[in-house]
Design a protein around this ligand. Structure first.
Ligand code: FO1
Length: 309
């Protein structure tokens, strides 16, 4: 398979790591990173887009590598001042990060689309890959929990530190939304489509639910490869394994493969795990990405493997 144009569906921090690896290997617009917008919300009137910002900061090597989100070395003068005003600060916005939210909110108010905002920010950050929100519409993810009922995503994920027990996930307005023209074109032109090691239920499903994206992907007779976010029965970071248990699934790579079903014709999983499947090509390798080299190595291994199809 001749691989030129690669499209990667990416959610939070785990997905950003593979996107980083791919971007070192494909330092052009031949790499398109399609990003989840379900985590987006408004705070103090500002449009916050955590997954988009995590990708932008990661690809431009600004990201705080300890957390995997936010700007490295960022300060918190704005937050401390708000706290001094008696505000309950639960979502930590750094001062440099604040500039991103201010400009994005300003541009959106002036009639720009989220795609135009992200393209502008990526350009200013010197990012060569194409970064696209999956849709320009707002499609907020809502988490139904036993303890607190339905919560907006960030309230579940950050304020309650993803401890509440989940009994359902909903993507408000997903069916009425449409993928952007840029996303449609990128999927139509892709030589291979990758689903990054993001949380399938919380980061990938919100994208697949938008308009007819799932049908667009299924219509492409090209490699459609998912990478497991579960290694040895555990999530590398975040609530994936805990959530799987709450939704009644075994926290295994096999569960992830079964969940994607016919959407994928290839699956990458870790050397610690075993999976089986009919008519899905399987690739067992080290999928843990801790260093920059790990990210590039995994990306290279996956592209080489697909190239041998
Ligand atoms: N995650 C946290 O656990 N605590 C935070 O205070 C926090 C702030 C934050 C600010 C900007 C941003 O882009 C991301 C931020 N995140 C924070 C991470 C974010 O909640 C998650 O990365 C995604 O929404 C889930 O992938």
């Amino acid at each position: 398979v001749a691989l030129k144009r690669i499209v990667a569906l990416v959610g939070g921090v785990g997905g950003a790591k593979l996107a980083y690896g791919l971007a070192q290997l494909i330092p052009t617009q031949d790499l398109t990173v399609i990003v989840n917008v379900g985590d987006d919300f408004e705070l103090y009137g500002l449009k916050i887009c955590p997954d988009l910002d995590t990708i932008l900061y990661t690809l431009s090597q600004r990201v705080d590598t300890t957390n995997g989100w936010g700007v490295a070395g960022d300060t918190t003068a704005m937050l401390e001042t708000l706290r001094g005003y008696g505000e309950d600060i639960w979502f930590r916005l750094g001062d440099q990060d604040l500039a991103t939210h201010l400009l994005r909110t300003h541009m959106l108010h002036n009639g720009h689309t989220l795609t135009q905002v992200v393209t502008h920010l990526a350009q200013r950050m010197g990012i060569t890959a194409r970064v696209l929100p999956v849709t320009d519409a707002a499609v907020p993810t809502m988490i139904d929990t036993i303890e607190h009922g339905e919560l907006p995503f960030q309230t579940y994920f950050v304020r309650h530190r993803w401890q509440p027990q989940v009994r359902g996930v909903r993507f408000v307005g997903a069916a009425q939304a449409q993928v952007s023209a840029e996303v449609r074109a990128a999927v139509a032109a892709a030589d291979a489509i990758l689903i990054a090691p993001s949380n399938p239920w919380l980061s990938v499903a919100p994208m697949l639910a938008v308009g007819d994206l799932r049908a667009q992907l299924l219509a492409r007779e090209v490699p459609r490869v998912a990478v497991t976010p579960i290694i040895g029965g555990r999530a590398v970071k975040g609530p994936a394994a805990k959530l799987m248990g709450e939704l009644g699934f075994a926290p295994t790579a096999q569960t992830v493969l079964d969940y994607y079903g016919t959407l994928v014709n290839g699956f990458v999983y870790d050397a610690q795990d075993q999976v089986s499947a009919d008519d899905v090509r399987l690739y067992r390798t080290n999928t843990l990405m801790q260093s920059g080299e790990d990210k590039v190595k995994l990306a290279q291994n996956i592209l080489d493997w697909i190239g041998r199809w």
